[in-house]
Design a protein around this ligand. Structure first.
Ligand code: ADP
Length: 459
């Protein structure tokens, strides 16, 4: 078994099986064997079961939320928010299952018809990270099942308990064995079992760019389809003409979500020189009000980081920046209560040459850079191998449109710190991956197009 710890106090929350290769193989077999019957079901029937899953989980959302606080460390309000977000995908894809429409095209010959059919890609697999233990699984499984695919999931070892509970509720909702399967154990071995199995026709992965590239190269051998949601290095650009208070509030909520352990977390905050000092002052006042605590309470708090390795990474990035001239306006070290709690930190005078500029911080650290012109902001924002999301704040409409075109990212967010919802295409470009999750784009990733020519119709 693998033990699951509470990052807030190190206590044991539960355990998950360290499955042997045969058990993993058996789950993959069940996933493949269930595909013909599941894909043949009328869309309405698949939709009804997803909807039932949604209703059952929704009724018990507090149970899920408390479990997430324990195994992930995020606070209760955030856990409940994540559940709403995740349930949104189950609801959306329960509806979308009925709208995977094909097409007829104008024919190139007088005695023929041209049809375009959409078919599920086949049995699929997914690997998910620990930072959104509920939403990631709800999003991937609901999309796959709606399209008529079956799916085997490997959740993160840090947060498998929410995943098992989701599976339990899925069974109760009439989503049978094989249609949705779960395995836990050695990530590398399970990854290899997924990628090397010819019958698995698609893999959806959310996690680090390093592991994403490894899986993609293994999938390449069989031309297996992939969706990859990988790392980010989000710029957050605030122009002199921005509404300052809104920009500060948007930044605080985007940055402190999940203690900064989010791939779309603002990683590099570029503030135009005219408002720089005002912005820093307002930000410092806002962040200083937020407490660091374990999450089982009703108000928003900044929880612990996921493990010791995460604490070491943040500590080392912060001390590297300070040693090269960054100034600390707030925090800058472990919280007084110790453990895995890191103080919300504001660093000014950051420079693009620091390690933090090119690394996903994954902690509650606001790294502030000063800029002069729009052209400079765009150039520096794009100066990264990642391209997941870019945020910008301006009240100049022309500038907003210019930014939407020139920022290199799968998602550009103007005047908001909030990105995700079930109806939009979430995903990145460059080393942040490819493929989209959410909305009608998400289901296309699980569908293949078949062109059918019906010729020879002359009497
Ligand atoms: P993170 O930094 O978010 O933990 P990872 O990419 O290491 O990012 O982890 C994301 C998911 O990928 C987790 O479920 C983890 O177990 C899994 N994982 C880690 N290494 C491998 C691997 N070699 N093959 C397949 N999956 C892996």
């Amino acid at each position: 078994m693998i033990t699951v710890f509470n990052p807030a106090d190190g206590s044991v929350v539960g355990e998950t099986p360290l499955m042997a290769a045969e058990e993993v193989a058996a789950a993959i077999n069940r996933t493949c064997e269930a595909f013909p019957a599941w894909s043949a079901k009328p869309a309405k029937e698949r939709s009804d079961r997803l909807r039932r899953w949604y209703d059952l989980v929704r009724a018990d959302r507090r149970v899920f939320a408390e479990l997430m606080v324990k195994e992930n460390g995020k606070c209760l309000t955030e856990a409940l928010g994540e559940i709403e977000y995740g349930l949104g995908f189950i609801e959306w894809y329960a509806e979308e299952a009925k709208r995977v429409n094909g097409e007829t095209l104008p024919s190139h010959a007088p005695d023929a018809s041209v049809l375009v059919m959409k078919e599920p890609v086949g049995p699929t697999a997914a690997i998910t990270p620990w930072n959104f233990p509920f939403m990631m699984i709800a999003r991937k499984v609901a999309t796959a099942l709606a399209a008529g695919c079956t799916m085997v999931i490997k959740p993160a070892e840090e947060t498998p308990l929410t995943a098992w509970k989701l599976l339990e509720y899925a069974r109760e909702a009439g989503i049978p064995q094989g249609v949705f399967e779960m395995v836990t154990g050695d990530p590398k071995a399970i990854g290899e079992a997924f990628t090397s199995d010819e019958r698995i026709r698609k893999i959806s992965f959310t996690g680090s760019t390093r592991v994403g590239k490894l899986l993609a190269s293994n999938c390449g051998a069989q031309l297996k389809k992939m969706t990859l949601e990988l790392g980010g290095n989000a710029p957050f650009i605030v122009f002199d003409d921005a509404t300052l208070t809104d920009a500060v509030n948007g930044l605080v909520s985007a940055k402190l979500r999940n203690s900064g352990q989010v791939c779309i977390s603002p990683n590099r905050i570029f503030v135009q020189e005219g408002i720089y000092e005002d912005f820093v002052a307002q930000l410092t006042t806002a962040v200083a009000k937020i407490s660091v605590d374990q999450g089982m309470q009703d108000e928003f708090v900044v929880g612990p980081l996921i493990n010791q390795q995460a604490v070491e990474k943040v500590t080392s990035l912060v001390s590297d920046a300070i040693s090269q001239g960054a100034t600390v306006r707030l925090g800058g070290k472990l919280a007084d209560r110790g453990g895995l709690f890191y103080q919300p930190t504001i660093l000014c005078d950051m420079r693009d040459s620091f390690a933090m500029h090119n690394t996903e911080i994954f902690g509650p650290v606001f790294a502030l850079y000063r800029f002069k012109t729009e052209e400079e902001a765009i150039r520096r924002a794009n100066n990264t191998e990642y391209g997941l999301v870019s945020y910008a704040w301006t009240t100049d409409l022309g500038r907003a449109f210019r930014l939407s075109r020139s920022l290199e990212a799968g998602m550009v967010i103007i005047n908001s710190g909030s990105v995700g919802t079930a109806s939009v295409p979430f995903g990145g470009i460059k080393h942040s991956g490819y493929g989209r999750e959410g909305g009608h784009y998400g289901i296309e990733e699980y569908v293949q197009v078949k062109y059918v020519l019906m010729a020879g119709q002359q009497r």
